[in-house]
Ligand binder design. Structure first.
Ligand SMILES: Nc1ncnc2c1ncn2[C@@H]1O[C@H](COP(=O)(O)OP(=O)(O)O)[C@@H](O)[C@H]1O
Ligand SMILES: [Mg+2]
Length: 273
């Protein structure tokens, strides 16, 4: 890395002198005592209550926890959609916890790729155009937009569907388009919040096969929120959240291989989706 001056600082001048933080250059995400408190009217919700964690480049992490435990809140902060109420967050060595909304949006567009459970493609717009959209916003020339969108669609095995509208794709294919769109700006991190939540077993495994392949081949750091143990076991590290705190953080003992899982899946009658 050239810009060594911008790496995670070894000394953090937080409230009080001499709080030492040992940062490695491969650390992509570092949270220190992150809190997030929501105020809606009279009601105060303490959604995150002091989360400290570090994720290195190339890790594949699953996040599990009961509904309401703070998973989406955590992903929104890591993904620069939201800021901590209290605590610090470094993304690729930059302290982003105090950035303005505009600066946060800028970092988000360059460094984060999101995939959500709800299929949020633009209707009546082809798969290729959906994938190219972030590049349109980034002001890339048209030819480069098309080339990179094609590459991203190829990475999710959808080269033959680039002209299809979302309504002409199955749920699993739409989610693969969403992954291609998340990939196209070459982010440092992919954040997938329940990406298989609405999908059948085969489509879920196809999504996991793609995420595992991208993680392996491109060292793409991947954070995956899921309800399902069988999905979480495709990651190499499992973080549990409970009541806004990390309740578990350990390697997955024998991670599953989605490509193998797909091979072993019994043949099924072709379904109309
Ligand atoms: N925008 C918001 N305003 C107020 N409360 C919220 C908001 N988003 C989430 N919460 C609350 O914060 C807690 C954590 O929510 P969330 O992070 O969505 O959990 P999870 O994704 O694990 O289900 C819940 O109690 C939820 O109701
Ligand atoms: Mg959620």
């Amino acid at each position: 890395m050239a810009e060594t001056g911008q790496r995670v600082p070894t000394i953090v001048e937080n409230e009080g002198p001499g709080l030492f933080v040992s940062g490695s250059p491969d650390e992509v995400v570092r949270l220190e005592q992150v809190h997030r408190v929501y105020h809606s009217g009279e009601i105060v919700v303490h959604a995150l209550r002091g989360v400290t964690l570090s994720v290195a480049r190339g890790e594949m992490v699953a996040v599990m926890g009961p509904s309401g435990s703070g998973k989406s809140t955590l992903m929104n902060i890591i993904g620069c959609l939201d800021r901590p109420t209290r605590g610090r967050y470094w993304l690729s060595g930059t302290d982003v916890s105090t950035l303005s909304r505009d600066d946060l949006a800028d970092i988000r567009n360059r460094q984060i790729g999101f995939v959500f459970q709800s299929l949020n493609l633009v209707p009546r717009t082809s798969a290729l155009e959906n994938v190219a959209l972030p590049l349109v916003y980034a002001g890339l020339p048209g030819a480069a937009q098309v080339r990179r969108a094609r590459e991203a669609l190829a990475a999710v095995n959808l080269s033959d569907r680039e002209r299809n509208l979302p309504s002409q794709l199955s749920g699993g294919q739409q989610q693969r388009v969403a992954i291609a769109r998340a990939l196209v700006s070459n982010p440092a991190i992919i954040i997938a919040d329940e990406p298989t939540g609405a999908l059948d077993t085969r489509s879920s495994l196809e999504i996991m096969e793609i995420l595992q392949r991208l993680n392996r081949e491109r060292e793409l750091t991947t954070l995956l929120v899921t309800h399902e143990h069988d999905i979480a076991r495709h990651a190499r590290r499992l973080i549990g959240l409970r009541d806004g705190r990390v309740s578990h953080d350990a390697p997955v003992e024998h991670p599953l291989d989605a490509a193998k899982g797909l091979e072993e899946l019994p043949e099924e009658v072709e379904q109309d989706l």
